[in-house]
Design a protein around this ligand. Structure first.
Ligand SMILES: Cc1cc2nc3c(=O)[nH]c(=O)nc-3n(C[C@H](O)[C@H](O)[C@H](O)COP(=O)(O)O)c2cc1C
Length: 199
């Protein structure tokens, strides 16, 4: 396996997380800032935004999510919701991934020929950034997983953290010390996923 592929292989959806991490806050900040500089984006538009939550802010994210889920779920599901969200609260911090809609709207005006592509392309660029950070964290000994409680939590999160209305929440990534290493995901047969043609 190539060195870079080994680094990809270290990334998993780590759900058993704790507060003990092998990096300082500043080092996490550096990983995120470096990847925000490096990720590719359509017309180099860099529409992705990140909000990094530690301490009370991290707890607040998961308190809001739990309250929202409970408010729309039948009573018999409340215990399992609390159990699931507790796993994310137990992590050290969370990364919120956003897209700046103003950047995307400006692109649509500037390049009308591609206007219909820009929403999709911006999600794709955001996903590449998520993967880069997820992989960087794993290789620094920090586990993370990817969650999507948007759009349910968008309004409350916007208010709680004073986020611009121009920013659209795309994903939430709790991260922390690794309490348990999951098995690598099951791999589907390569034959149905990959084709080579020479003529
Ligand atoms: C676009 C995308 C959306 C995902 N959404 C969720 C999610 O909402 N909740 C979750 O627990 N995992 C989510 N995952 C994680 C996948 O379930 C996980 O990557 C997959 O099962 C393979 O496992 P691995 O990450 O350990 O390799 C998502 C992954 C991707 C790429």
């Amino acid at each position: 396996m190539q060195n870079i592929t080994k680094q990809f292989a270290a990334r998993h959806s780590f759900y058993e997380l704790n507060k003990e991490i092998p990096l300082e806050k500043k080092e996490i900040e550096t990983i995120i800032k470096e990847n925000l500089e490096l990720y590719p984006s359509p017309f180099n538009s860099q529409s992705s935004r990140i909000v990094l939550l530690f301490g009370d802010a991290h707890e607040k994210l998961w308190d809001i999510t739990k309250a929202k889920l409970i408010s729309i779920s039948p009573k018999e599901r409340h215990d399992s919701i609390k159990e699931k969200i507790a796993k994310f609260s137990q992590a050290h911090g969370s990364i919120l991934y956003y897209m700046d809609k103003k950047v995307i709207d400006d692109l649509k005006l500037k390049y009308p020929l591609y206007a219909h592509n820009f929403d999709n392309w911006s999600y794709q660029a955001n996903a590449i950034l998520q993967f880069m950070i997820w992989t960087s964290m794993a290789n620094a000994g920090i586990g993370a997983n990817l969650q999507h409680y948007n759009p349910l939590i968008d309004e409350d999160i916007m208010e709680a953290f004073d986020i611009s209305k121009e920013w659209e929440l795309v994903a939430q990534m709790p991260f922390g010390g690794i309490s348990d290493i999951p098995e690598a995901h099951k791999v589907e047969k390569i034959e149905q996923k990959f084709i080579i043609k020479e003529k």
